[in-house]
Design a protein around this ligand. Structure first.
Ligand code: BG6
Length: 476
């Protein structure tokens, strides 16, 4: 595996830990190597020292022998992709010589603008073999045109079957379990539609802010950083039709149909169906503009959203009229990702009180599935229904280590299985829906609504649901 951006944040926080765990579980072939590419002039020993200092402490790597074996797999090559010097390419070519028959993964953990030049460089150095694959990290561009350009550039060198566009949410256990829940159980399918479901909520709330990420985040914002990929992928898995097979194309075909059925939000509709927020100083810390960073805030910093809520609609037979509320934000009061499917009220209630059933799929923390049903509280007196959860906690039920999303996905790349990766048409369909929203916001040229750090977004996000008598699911 050749990781471009090999000493960066993603590599150190996610990729190397995932590879270490895979190695410890015996899932890396003997002789496998991880070659980090970066501009910093590190030696192999220098890179290993950095990994020892920065990666190992977070791993509980108490198996000294296994850790040494893993370190032994690491190499570093200094490479300046766009620069005039060729010595990095020569060194890489040298390292890969004689291994033309083994799987070769180019992992692009670098800004999207470098994807094209890197692929051309790899090609010009003669390093692309039939068993080569390339992994692209999100975000793929900033809009549809940018995504197409990158897809064209990468596609000029690698075939679509060699391209793995990663969305790490698809590697999360609960997300995969959603497919099993929907398509390996009979009881849900008859009620999984607009006759029985009132609305769906998808929340990815983070308590972290964006210190040190201004350069990237000013350009991305919550809509491009999270909604275009993670939240829309979750929406697809909730809304898709049952595929006829569990294979690479069938699932992606069905997801694509959902993306194509999303009702566009254009012009003034953005005022009613979207909310933008930016955190300001509050209980949980400084505001976005005051986060420590190497660069000072610019006009873009003032306009970028760190929170967004969107009311989406899937215009097809199954979902007509069912709102899908999406929200995500930084510096919210908790870290919680969940999908809430809220059913309709009973047609006629014979009890006082009560409320709708909810199916809560908790992605993190505490992966599990909770079905809120109404039950009678024990005791004499008036019968009053109370919501109680039927709960399945994955940790308690399966008692096995839940692998990190990246671990699962990297093994899929090694196995050449792209089912949990985004196909070109999916990414582009997602951008087609995002672009008009982003364009309306940009044309408005206004700042997002402020919300204090440590709160659950601006009031407008609550009002958006409140207008139809609904509310965000806030219980634990
Ligand atoms: C990344 C985003 O894709 O996902 C980050 O770029 C975000 O801004 C992260 O923090 C969230 O991932 P997770 O797995 O921690 O929920």
């Amino acid at each position: 595996m050749i990781v471009f951006g090999g000493t960066g944040d993603l590599s150190m926080r996610k990729l190397l830990p995932a590879l270490y765990h895979s190695d410890r579980d015996g899932r890396l072939a003997p002789g496998s190597r991880v070659i980090a590419l970066s501009r910093g002039g590190l030696t192999d020993a220098g890179f290993r020292g950095k990994v020892e200092a920065e990666v190992r402490p977070g791993l509980h790597a108490d198996d000294a022998e296994g850790w040494e074996r893993f370190l032994g797999r690491l190499r570093h090559v200094s490479l300046d992709v766009g620069g005039p010097r060729r010595d990095g390419w020569t060194a890489l070519t040298h390292l890969l010589a004689g291994r033309e028959d083994t799987a070769r993964i180019f992992y692009l953990a670098s800004p999207p603008a470098t994807f094209g030049p890197f692929c051309r460089g790899v090609h010009d150095a003669g390093l692309v073999t039939p068993r080569s694959r390339v992994v692209l990290e999100k975000p793929l561009g900033r809009d549809l045109a940018g995504a197409r350009r990158i897809n064209d550039e990468v596609g000029a060198i690698f075939g679509e079957h060699q391209i793995f566009r990663i969305d790490h949410y698809l590697g999360k256990e609960t997300v995969q379990n959603l497919l099993v829940l929907r398509f390996a159980n009979a009881f849900l399918e008859p009620i999984w539609n607009s006759l029985w479901i009132d609305h769906v909520q998808i929340t990815v709330a983070e308590s972290v802010g964006t210190p040190g990420r201004r350069g990237y985040y000013d350009q991305a914002g919550a809509l491009r950083d999270m909604v275009q990929n993670h939240l829309l992928q979750l929406l697809c898995l909730v809304a898709m039709e049952p595929p006829s097979r569990n294979d690479r194309e069938s699932i992606r075909d069905e997801k694509l149909k959902v993306l194509q059925a999303l009702r566009p939000i254009t012009g003034t509709e953005a005022d009613r169906f979207t909310v933008r927020g930016q955190y300001v100083a509050g209980e949980a810390g400084p505001g976005y503009l005051d986060e420590p960073d190497q660069t000072a805030p610019t006009t873009a910093s003032h306009r970028v959203e760190t929170f967004t809520a969107v009311r989406a609609e899937v215009k097809n037979w199954r979902w007509a009229g069912v709102p899908f509320y999406l929200r995500t934000g930084k510096r919210m009061p908790y870290r919680r990702s969940e999908i809430v499917v809220q059913f309709k009220d009973v047609p006629h209630s014979i009890f006082p009180g009560g409320g709708p059933n909810r199916l809560v799929l908790r992605l993190q923390p505490g992966e599990g599935i909770h079905l809120h049903i109404m039950a009678k509280e024990p005791g004499a007196g008036e019968v009053v229904p109370r919501p109680v959860p039927l709960s399945l906690s994955f940790a308690d039920t399966f008692r096995t280590r839940v692998p990190e999303a990246y671990e699962r996905l990297l093994m899929d790349v090694l196995a050449g299985n792209p089912t949990l990766f985004m196909r070109r048409d999916e990414v582009e369909a997602a951008w087609s829906w995002i672009d008009p929203i982003a364009a309306t916001w940009e044309a408005a040229g206004t700042a997002p609504d402020p919300y204090p750090a440590g709160t659950s977004g601006p009031a407008a996000a609550h009002e958006m649901l409140g207008r139809s008598g609904r509310a965000w699911h806030e219980e634990d």
